[in-house]
Design a protein around this ligand. Structure first.
Ligand code: FES
Length: 667
């Protein structure tokens, strides 16, 4: 007599098939390639195969589904519930429930391998979880005098038998832990398998959680995010100053250090690796995760940081033609980089784009996916070297903005730290300033400000503060379109102070005295003109005069007020509500690459298609740079900005006015 078979429909996938009485729900799911997880291979111990049996009539499928259409609770489920806690109401272990009738089976999100990880933020992309490392519990045959197969051969046989993993292999650091793990687990172990073949860790017994870490190696700070590779959740994040700062504040001074000190690259490599390893220890401790459970790492960084971290000499990146040693993504064993993770863990570095445009930019592109958008998007990572990307058809360049935006080269400038002025407004009638410092919510003209500021003092101006100060000075008429502090106003305000042949604006008298000098304005003009000229160059190549959306990335980008950035002409005109800060987009890209193997292939492919523009080789760069020295710009219109802010009347210094003046001067 033929065995009865029943229709089983899985939701949300809609996959369906007919199965004989006694087939487990897990087996049915596997036959239909339904996304239902399992680590223990159906032994009823991992709990990852949980499903819900839908009840009722399903006319669409022509069936009635009921809880009674699967076998009742069995001993293994009882045991699981006793050890790990009761299942949510209505749930069953898919590996234990057997088909007895027609069924509609719902696979909840937490039982799916490829579940979606929703990121915070309105227009952030959703990440589908698909980590490169998966966990597999196996029971390995015990050694036998009559069968000389090695421990690894028997592990590989178990992986092939139970998980269809063919030709598994492992590197020495993993093999070195194998025998102890097998014996400690009584021949029952969990193997972490990378890319469906490479065993990167073997732990005794059942292990149902593995982690990965995404690291953004910035020239100033290093940030790490520890993620659960099963749920996609970020378990802990932390940051630390890049210790290479002691070899040089900015990138070029670090390259010079290598040029002047033989072995300097090795010193810097050791310093950054030690910092990354320490940071991984910190996030692991924060999340109470053993370091050997971290099976994978991804890393992003600008080309010099990338090279130094991998132990590659960065000297060629210090001058034209800025040749990279390697630009493709790499999967380097963690122990070769001095990192203490799972014994076989690898570090995936994202691809580099060009000599100045690094894996951090690749991370930003992956996080923002401008190539998937219809609107023309401009991505800017403002740093000492701004990285700029335009388009859906992608163009990229970098521009040497220098460290002014970080408060360096500014007379009262400082890094963003408690006590630094970060917000500033100027009364246009009296020219009096009011400001806020990091560490206090009060404005300087509010009662209690001095008491609140006493703990830190008012110590200087940080990058976002200097942007606001210069922009407000411009809006108040203290600074002209050409960036000159108007000495004529000294008669009107004691805050305009003569210093030799130029003038300064006094923000706060005291210790220290905080001023914006003419040289400060010049430094900001040079930095913003470099950034704008890079953007313009990409717009020229793209064939557009406007952009539809601007995303500012990086620490600085997340602190500046976009309105002031536009008043200064750091970025081109665009509706203000279409300008957004993306925070650490490079780090987000590293996290996406950690959680989704396909994203790694995607960004490697996208990077190959990017059209790279080398600003140093473009004759028009200088022309754009000069025009961008004016506030907000000598000739480019800013209609969206003008609708939101009352801008000082632009003098006849447009491009045509400029030509006329030159003719009059006989130039
Ligand atoms: S597959 Fe592990 S409990 Fe069902």
């Amino acid at each position: 007599m033929a065995v009865a078979d029943y229709l089983v429909v899985f939701t949300p996938s809609g996959k369906r098939g007919r199965f004989a009485t006694g087939t487990t729900v897990l087996d049915a799911a596997r036959k239909l390639a339904v996304d239902l997880d399992s680590v223990c291979g159906g032994r009823g111990i991992c709990g990852r195969c949980q499903v819900e049996v839908a009840e009722g009539q399903f006319p669409k499928h022509g069936i009635v589904s009921a809880a009674g259409h699967v076998t009742g609770w069995n001993g293994l489920e009882e045991r699981y519930a006793a050890l790990r806690g009761a299942l949510k109401s209505g749930r069953r272990l898919g590996c234990q429930a057997e088909v007895l009738g027609d069924l509609v089976i719902d696979v909840p999100a937490d039982s799916q391998v490829h579940r979606q990880v929703v990121r915070k933020g309105a227009d952030s992309r959703v990440i589908a979880l698909d980590p490169v490392v998966r966990l597999h519990y196996v029971e390995v045959a015990e050694p036998d005098m009559h069968d000389p197969a090695s421990d690894f051969r028997r592990l590989a046989a178990a992986l092939a038998r139970e998980w269809q993993i063919a030709d598994a292999y492992a590197r020495l650091p993993v093999l070195a832990t194998l025998q102890k793990a097998l014996r400690a687990g009584g021949w029952k172990v969990t193997a972490a398998v990378r890319d469906g073949r490479e065993v990167v860790a073997v732990w005794p017994g059942l292990v149902d959680r593995a982690c990965g870490v995404a690291v953004d190696i910035g020239s100033t700070t290093i940030a790490a995010h520890l993620c659960d590779l099963v749920s996609g959740e970020t378990l802990a994040s932390a940051g630390v100053m890049n210790p290479q700062i002691r070899f040089g504040e900015d990138l070029m001074s670090r390259v010079s250090y290598v040029m002047l000190h033989p072995g300097g690259d090795r010193e810097m490599t050791a310093a950054v690796r030690e910092a990354v390893d320490g940071l991984i220890g910190a996030v692991a401790a924060q999340a109470r995760v053993e370091r050997d459970r971290i099976v994978e790492m991804t890393a992003v960084g600008n080309p010099i940081m990338h090279h130094l971290f991998l132990g590659l000499d960065p000297v060629e990146l210090g001058g034209a033609p800025f040749a990279l040693t390697v630009d493709s993504p790499l999967d380097t064993p963690a122990e070769e980089l001095g990192l203490h993770l799972a014994p076989g863990a690898r570090v995936h570095t994202l691809p580099l784009i060009a000599g100045h445009v690094g894996a951090d930019c690749a991370g930003m592109i992956l996080a923002e996916a401008p190539y998937e958008k219809d609107e023309l998007t401009l991505l800017v990572d403002v740093g000492t070297n701004a990285e700029i990307v335009l388009g859906n058809r992608l163009l990229a360049c970098s521009s040497p903005t220098g460290p002014a935006f970080e408060g360096a080269q500014i007379s009262s400038g400082q890094r963003a730290a408690p006590g630094a002025i970060e917000r500033l407004r100027i009364d246009q009638a009296t020219l009096e300033p009011r400001y806020r410092i990091i560490g206090s919510e009060l404005w300087s003209n509010e009662p209690g400000f001095e008491a609140a500021a006493a703990a830190t003092g008012v110590t200087g101006i940080c990058g976002s503060g200097i942007i606001e100060a210069v922009a407000e000075m411009f809006l108040a008429g203290i600074v002209t379109h050409d960036g000159v502090i108007d000495g004529g106003l000294a008669a009107r305000s004691l805050r305009i102070i003569a210093e030799g042949r130029t003038y300064s604006y006094l923000i706060r008298d005291g210790a220290p005295r905080i001023l914006v000098t003419q040289a400060d304005i010049r430094a900001i003009q040079l930095a913003k003109a470099a950034l704008y000229a890079g953007v313009r160059l990409l717009m020229d190549h793209y064939g557009t005069d406007t952009v539809e959306r601007i995303v500012l990335a990086g620490a600085f980008g997340s602190h500046i007020d976009v309105k002031y950035a536009m008043v200064l002409g750091l970025i081109p005109d665009c509706p203000l509500d279409h300008v957004r800060s993306a925070g650490n987009a490079a780090g987000t890209g590293a996290r996406i690459a950690l959680l989704n193997a396909a994203a790694r292939r995607e960004i490697a492919d996208v990077v190959r298609r990017i059209e790279k523009i080398e600003t140093a080789l473009e004759p028009r760069f200088q022309e754009h740079f000069v025009a961008a020295m004016a506030l907000p710009h000598r000739s480019d219109p800013f209609p969206n900005l003008a609708a939101a802010v009352t801008l000082p009347v632009r003098p006849a210094g447009t491009a045509s006015g400029e030509r006329r003046r030159r003719r009059e001067r006989g130039g």
